[in-house]
Design a protein around this ligand. Sequence first.
Ligand code: DX5
Length: 218
Amino acid sequence: MTLVVPSILSADFARLGEQVREAAAAGADRLQIDVMDGRFVPNITVGPLVVEAVRRHTTLPLEAHLMIVEPERYLSDFASAGADVIIVHQEASPHLHRTIEQIRRLGKRTGVAINPATPLVVLQEVLNELDLVLCMTVDPGFGGQEFIRATLPKIERLRGMITQHGAGCDLEVDGGISAATAPLAVRAGANVLVAGSAVYGDPEGVAAGIARLRAALA
Ligand code: DX5
């Protein structure tokens, strides 16, 4: 079954707890918190405090997507704040094997994200250590961007690589996921979909946004 993971990036932060509860009640499988430092990506968002706040409003698994430089410095902060999955960017992690081991030692699930221009080969030596690979379908930094269709063959190749390695990790995609693009990503091999604006920007509300995504995959 394809998992739907709303990203709170597009939520109304003035009523974040309510928006978190809405997504959970509407059947979200996990929630993703987009952490941005203004250096790895041009935007600045939230840190461990917001993970802690979200944690108090749901029992859903929380993914901390660290779009930051030196993510290894903050792993224990996000683990203590209540993240269940910690996703670091390969492009920001020169000692990626050690970083993955650190996440594992904190008792959290491990995720590695790669940007659209980053080749799959960078995952080769660690793929079997991962619980999740996040194949970005936009250049990270902002919600509401256009899905980069050129990533579809990359998703297919990544699915082939996971199968070839006998790896058990999720293939997650993030960026521009909507009712129109979700089926394309799943057909290419994704089994976890992160969606921000398609959920929190739906004019009929969060439940409608999630339902629209699920209907597109039916
Ligand atoms: C990177 C962020 C966004 C967000 C989803 O910019 O990671 O991709 O999660 O944003 P939407 O679903 O609005 O493209």
